[in-house]
Ligand binder design. Sequence first.
Ligand code: PMP
Length: 337
Amino acid sequence: MKYANSVVELIGHTPLVKLQKVTEGIKATVLVKLEYLNPGGSIKDRIALKMIEEAERSGQLEPGGTIVEPTSGNTGVGLALVGQQKGYKCIFVVPDKVGEEKRAVLEAYGAEVVVTPTAVPPESPQSYYGVSDRLVGEIPGAFKPDQFSNPGAPASHYETTGPEIWADTDGKITHIVIGAGTGGTITGTGRYLKDVSKDRPESEGGQVRVIGADPEGSVYSGGSGRPYFVEGVGEDMWPANYDKAVPDEVLAVSDADSFAMTRRLAREEGLLVGGSSGMAVVAALRAARDLPESAVVVVILPDSGRGYLAKIFNDDWMRSYGFLPGESEATVGDVLR
Ligand code: PMP
């Protein structure tokens, strides 16, 4: 009989699929890695498992303990899933810009959710960082994984995401494109792919190039930290888990372009994914535009579009911010500009 002993065993080993329609005019092969196929619906299941296992090993998390984490939702789902299976209570602190569906998912897994305002500086006691720190201090046996600085986050990608991509492309990947939020994915996956390809001859593609994708306004692409609507990516400060030495370049993508591409991925590729996936694909297509046929570009799609039906996939919401094609007219040509 073929079965997993717990849903936790099903984390990782996500497939690659080739983009067919949105890549019109591009010679390189562009493959996307479907992280929404993880049991919790996002790439964050990987780091949740690793951070909890490491905390158990180090004694930071003991039986009956409580996990407290500021998270935009996906890390919460991963932690809720793994935490629940291992018998821990979970409390998540989320900014109010996070969709209601995402909060409801956390509660469905049995976790507690605390909502904080987005429009306060990160150092404010009301910010989601501030509130989570206070809770950790107040609750006995509380453990804060802190995905922004926990070395388990990039390590999980160095040990799983990177090797999966290298194996599934038979070592032929030439470019990896990753949106950065906490930086864990780009640091761990990018570092692995650079390490494993460092002695590959130029005739076989040379060392893998790591391309960061970032919302316009975020610090990674030189912005001031001004707000944007794409969820889960970009920062207004530099987290410890973001290693600046890993990306060879970082491309800034607008909200309008990110959302237009997110909608195209659903309609034309059958991929119902979130806004950070659309953003990463826009960056990948810009990077792939001038690449030869031999190039193999892999793009990580972090989560599903299910959590964004009331936003990116809702015409009224899109229109109210001027994101709807026809009004801001984000066509393929615009996206590739
Ligand atoms: N996309 C989404 C939807 C996310 O939730 C996250 C995690 N914040 C990311 C991308 C970025 O991943 P990382 O934090 O590893 O940089």
